[in-house]
Ligand binder design. Structure first.
Ligand code: FAD
Ligand code: NAP
Length: 542
């Protein structure tokens, strides 16, 4: 009987590599020794290690205070606690949504710094942070002793006079949220099959009239308009004529695209408190200061707030002043100009849910998924990605992890690599609820597999079996190969849900590096942090 040498616990070789067990054992030993790796097992992440991981490890250590609050999954109160006693600009940063999502036109730290240095007057730009961030920023701004400082720029001022460009880049039309260009809506195609629980659209715009361009990895910002039925209901609740003049426009039009009809802002409750009395006045005051007297504060959009204070009829102009201006929404670009000149494509999940009896609509996603018509012009801009791009070297392998709409930028990457005949290998992890209904771009991906552009496609369906199965579960299954790609210099990209998925994927990668890269957990965390620092681990999460 022949005795094979026991296989090393770690292997850098793909399972499919054509080696005998002896050859595999020898080669693994050789690579592990050559790379100076040690053979250690994996352990679960301790809370401290997770915190270090999420704080960005080595790169964050260069920060003046490690910005430990820079974690989108941490509640606002906890982030503020961590920043307690820090300089004001850092407390302002802790108040942000912490996604570096770019919707405000900055990353979180730069937005805080711009407010602190008074270069930015608008305190209401953080979409993920919502009302909590706005309230906190107003109070922190107050600490600057800026009695006359603008707490927010009122909606009507922004309708009449767009804010000044933030910097030279903004001067060109369509290059920033402050200077949108006009894109022409072309088409929408449903990406789910009938029977899906999701409603996701492939959207295309024509950029030729605007001359806008972009590179893969960038995002497309659009200014949506509100649902006309919602606008009509608000006008009815206000009891004002639809053509009531507001700064040269009609009330109907200002409500259509000038103001946000989502979460009722504190200033609306403030207004109600001025023009109502008794118990209702107290309630309005409480709501304006962030309290929740009836336990329904989170359900109050502008219309629900008006219904709660039914019969309170503010002056239409004061009402508009009390609302927030319409904010643009960003979408990851899902196309490449190299394969689709003059066009931009998006992958958009329509946000719809019910509160009580009323259907609520995500303004931008349903604008794209339902209300925009072919030929309509839409105010739009390209938000340049700061840290989300293909590797410079076209031969570098890439690993893309993008469940749900997270697949969008990876479709763009694949189109680009196909158009440029890039030699690098491409591995996509995609997942969604059910294979038969939610396999976005299935035929296209199959075509790219057949053409050899998509080297490997790994799928994870969360609702096909009783037990949830996610992209990170698939990654763990093929961890040995993932490590081999990493050892070959692959860049890793993650796109999609910021709150849970991105964190879980990162944790899985740490475990994979620990297990197959022969590192202790803290070394694996440092390894991932180093990948981030070198631009080899990039995220586009929201
Ligand atoms: C960098 C970046 C890239 C992005 N890329 C994409 C992309 O490629 N594809 C894509 O689809 N989206 C993408 N998004 C998200 C997108 O910008 C919008 O946030 C999303 O489309 C929802 O916007 P909306 O205007 O339709 O919804 P909104 O009107 O903003 O409503 C959303 C709000 O509704 C509430 N809500 C939602 N669901 C429920 C519920 N079930 N119950 C109670 N309340 C609820 C929440 O308060 C939520 O914040 C990206 C975001 C960023 C920052
Ligand atoms: N606020 C939230 O809790 C929440 C949750 C999800 C998405 N979103 C937002 O909804 C929008 C659109 O989402 P989408 O259409 O792209 O798809 P999605 O709702 O993000 O779902 C895509 C896939 O990811 C799975 N998933 C859920 N949790 C995961 C996790 N922790 N790790 C890995 N995968 C996970 C989903 O499974 P299951 O749904 O079967 O669990 C689904 O199969 C995004 O803006 C996203 O941020 C918000």
């Amino acid at each position: 009987m022949t005795h094979h040498p026991p296989p090393p616990k770690l292997s850098l070789l793909p399972e499919t590599a054509p080696f005998t067990p002896e050859q595999r054992a020898w080669l693994d030993g050789f690579f592990i020794a050559a790379l100076g790796l040690s053979d250690s097992g994996i352990t679960a992440l301790s809370p401290q290690e997770s915190a270090a991981l999420l704080a960005g490890g080595a790169s964050a250590a260069e920060d003046d205070d490690n910005a430990p609050w820079h974690d989108q999954t941490m509640p606002l109160a906890e982030r503020l606690k961590l920043a307690d006693g820090k300089p004001l600009r850092r407390r302002m940063m802790a108040a942000m949504g912490q996604q570096d999502c770019g919707q405000c036109g900055y990353n979180c730290q730069d937005y805080a710094d711009a407010i602190f240095s008074k270069k930015e007057a608008k305190l209401n730009l953080c979409v993920p942070g919502g009302k909590g961030t706005l309230r906190t920023l107003k109070s922190l701004y107050g600490e600057m002793g800026a009695a006359a400082a603008p707490s927010i720029v009122p909606a009507t001022s922004q309708i009449a006079t767009p804010a000044a460009p933030l910097d030279a880049r903004a001067a060109a039309l369509g290059r920033s949220r402050d200077t949108p260009a006009e894109a022409v809506f072309l088409s929408r195609t449903r990406l789910n099959k009938p029977g899906s629980a999701k409603e996701t659209w492939h959207i295309e715009f024509d950029l030729t009239p605007s001359g806008l361009d972009y590179v893969v990895g960038d995002c497309f910002g659009i200014y949506p308009s509100n649902d006309p039925a919602l606008v009509a209901a608000v006008i009815a609740a206000l009891g004002a004529p639809a053509d009531f003049p507001i700064k040269g426009r009609k009330l109907r039009d200002v409500l259509g695209d000038g103001v946000a009809l989502g979460a009722a802002p504190d200033s609306l409750f403030q207004l109600f408190s001025y023009i109502t009395g008794g118990d209702r006045r107290l309630k309005a005051k409480a709501l304006a200061s962030g309290e929740d007297p009836d336990g329904d504060a989170l359900t109050l959009d502008v219309l629900a707030a008006m219904e709660k204070f039914a019969g309170v009829r503010p002056d239409p102009e004061a009402f508009i002043e009390a609302l927030e201006p319409m904010q643009p929404r960003l979408f990851s670009i899902a196309s490449s100009l190299k394969s689709n000149p003059g066009r931009v494509a998006l992958t958009v999940d329509a946000v719809r849910y019910k509160t009580g009896k009323r259907a609520r609509l995500g303004v931008a996603s349903t604008f794209l998924g339902e209300r925009a018509s072919p030929g309509d012009t839409v105010k739009a801009y390209v938000q340049r990605a700061q840290h989300f791009a293909l590797p410079e070297n076209p031969a570098t392998p890439i690993i893309m992890i993008g469940p749900g709409t997270g697949v969008a930028p990876f479709r763009a990457f694949l189109h680009e690599r196909m158009a440029t005949k890039a030699a690098g290998r491409n591995w996509l992890f995609f997942g969604h609820q059910r294979r038969d209904y939610d396999f976005f771009y299935e035929d296209e991906l199959a075509g790219m597999r057949a053409a050899g552009v998509l080297t490997r496609l790994s799928l994870a369906w969360s609702r096909d079996d009783e037990k949830k199965f996610y992209v990170q579960d698939r990654m763990r299954e093929v961890g040995r190969d993932l490590w081999a790609w990493l050892a070959d210099g692959a860049h890793v990209y993650v796109c999609g849900d910021a709150k849970h998925m991105a964190k879980d994927v990162e944790r899985a990668l740490v475990d994979i590096v620990a297990q197959f890269g022969a590192r202790k957990t803290d070394e694996a965390i440092a390894f991932i942090a180093d990948l981030k620092k070198r631009g080899r681990y990039q995220q586009d999460v929201y």
